[in-house]
Design a protein around this ligand. Structure first.
Ligand SMILES: Cc1cc2nc3c(=O)[nH]c(=O)nc-3n(C[C@H](O)[C@H](O)[C@H](O)COP(=O)(O)OP(=O)(O)OC[C@H]3O[C@@H](n4cnc5c(N)ncnc54)[C@H](O)[C@@H]3O)c2cc1C
Length: 415
């Protein structure tokens, strides 16, 4: 029976899932979050349990599109002027991670983590009484031309080698499946094993409540400093609440983990990759699956709260003001692809993905001390990978053999 108290710092989807899993396995857990961060992506992401997303963003097919995307001021990728010099080390690692060997290794590691998460998700959501939040909607990667599809083919071959099932469909079948789409698409790739949640915020709230009901303590504060010693860890707070002492601390603060990690003197290149979306309450169109407009860097998903259209990647750090024209640009394109789309009743949002240059989350102990562990850096698939991440962390803390190899996610890979 574990006796140490564990502090979980950050109550996004990774933090709440880890807190519950640790408590469920007998740990004394305190979860800490100021709960005032509108840019936390766990609140308003696209809601996909995207188990087939195993390809790193850094890959040949993405690098091929980068110049075109960067040249378009309203395109899906941008680096804010004044931020380029800060992000050069991250970009260098990103380019290095795009070699064939790394891409294969990352795909294998993410396939294992996603599969583990898929296996655990059902019982986790059942425990939280949200089994009915999962919709087996499927996803369609859309292509406007034969050329676009052939550029995507190497990626599908990697997925196939890692056990992902999919089917290429032609224009006529696409029309039957998604009658609301304009007839500009050459075809699509269908992934049946792609689930959507009714709304990511509902899932986050339900898992937070599940943890609390199971005995997870909660402190509504922002952690200022994490001071490890041989006996444990001392945490101080920004709001001036008295510091607390725990046995171990787990940092799950998403993109904001960088601040705490830097203060610990560790070197983990997690970067804020901003994404934008618009949620439309009465869109006047209905889609059946998640629609992925890969060439344009955005997706459309039907959630309970409305039709959500978003994506994009903007590098501007944690603090720069949102540029909602990025959300508008995606919406305008969506209006072309979904004729009949009405946008009157809509809200725009910006969230900071915690992104690693090699697209692998960081799961494991800090290099400086075994009393601090990390679980952040899930980039585009944190909702999907939360159950597997929580299991890996729990296994590490219990000294239990994990069902998958955690080595590819080691924080030490950057040293
Ligand atoms: C537009 C968009 C669409 C996406 N779509 C999907 C999708 O469909 N499927 C999917 O799987 N993933 C998706 N993602 C990615 C996913 O949302 C993220 O990977 C995931 O939410 C990261 O969760 P997290 O818990 O690590 O971080 P966060 O959600 O950022 O949570 C971190 C928490 O830490 C807290 N915190 C920060 N600093 C401190 C501190 N010092 N002390 C205490 N607490 C602190 C914050 O308040 C916050 O609550 C999407 C992301 C974006 C931006």
């Amino acid at each position: 029976m574990p006796t140490e108290k564990i502090a979980v710092i950050g109550a996004g989807i990774i933090g709440v899932t880890c807190a519950y899993e640790l408590r469920h396995n007998g740990f004394d857990v305190v979860l800490i979050d100021p709960q005032d961060n509108e840019a936390a992506p766990s609140l308003k992401n696209a809601g996909a349990l995207a188990y087939s997303e195993i390809l790193p963003i850094a890959s040949g097919s993405v690098l091929y599109k980068v110049p075109k995307w960067l040249a378009d001021p309203r395109g899906p990728l941008s680096i804010r002027a004044g931020y380029l010099h800060k992000i050069i080390p991250w970009l260098t690692r990103f380019v290095l991670a795009s070699n064939e060997k790394q891409v294969q290794a990352t795909a294998k590691a993410l396939a294992a983590l996603n599969l583990l998460s898929r296996e655990l998700c059902g019982s986790l959501y059942e425990a939280a009484d949200i089994s009915d939040a999962i919709k087996r909607a499927g996803a369609l990667h859309l292509y406007e031309s034969e050329r676009e599809r052939s550029v995507a083919m190497p990626g599908w071959r990697i997925r196939e080698r890692n056990g992902i099932r999919f089917e290429h469909i032609d224009q006529s079948e696409l029309r039957v499946r998604e009658p609301a789409l304009a007839a500009v698409f050459y075809g699509a790739t269908l992934i049946e094993d792609w689930h959507l949640v009714s709304d990511p915020k509902d899932v986050l709230d339900a898992l937070f409540c599940l943890g609390r009901e199971s005995g997870v303590e909660f402190i509504r504060e922002s952690v200022l400093d994490v001071n490890p010693s041989e006996e444990g860890v001392c945490l101080s707070f920004e709001g001036g609440a008295p510091a607390i002492r725990v046995g171990k601390a787990l940092i799950t603060a998403g993109a904001w983990s960088r601040i705490l990690v830097d203060r610990l003197g560790d070197n983990i290149p997690v970067e804020a990759e901003r994404g934008y979306n618009t949620t439309i309450v009465e869109p006047n169109v209905r889609i059946n699956s998640e629609l992925i407009f890969g060439e344009h860097g955005f997706v459309a998903t039907q959630l309970d709260s409305g039709l959500r259209i978003g994506g994009a990647a903007e590098f501007a750090g944690l603090l720069g003001a949102p540029r909602y024209d990025r959300a508008d640009a995606m919406l305008h394109k969506a209006m072309r692809f979904l004729p009949g789309l009405r946008t009157e009743h809509s809200t725009r949002w910006m969230g900071c993905r915690p992104s690693m240059p090699d697209s692998r989350p960081v799961i494991g102990p800090c290099a400086k001390t075994p009393n601090v562990l990390y679980a952040f850096g899930h980039g585009h698939t944190g909702l999907t990978q939360a159950p597997g991440t929580a299991r890996l962390i729990t296994d590490m803390l219990l000294g239990r053999q994990s069902m998958i190899d955690a080595q590819p996610f080691s924080p030490q890979r950057f040293n």
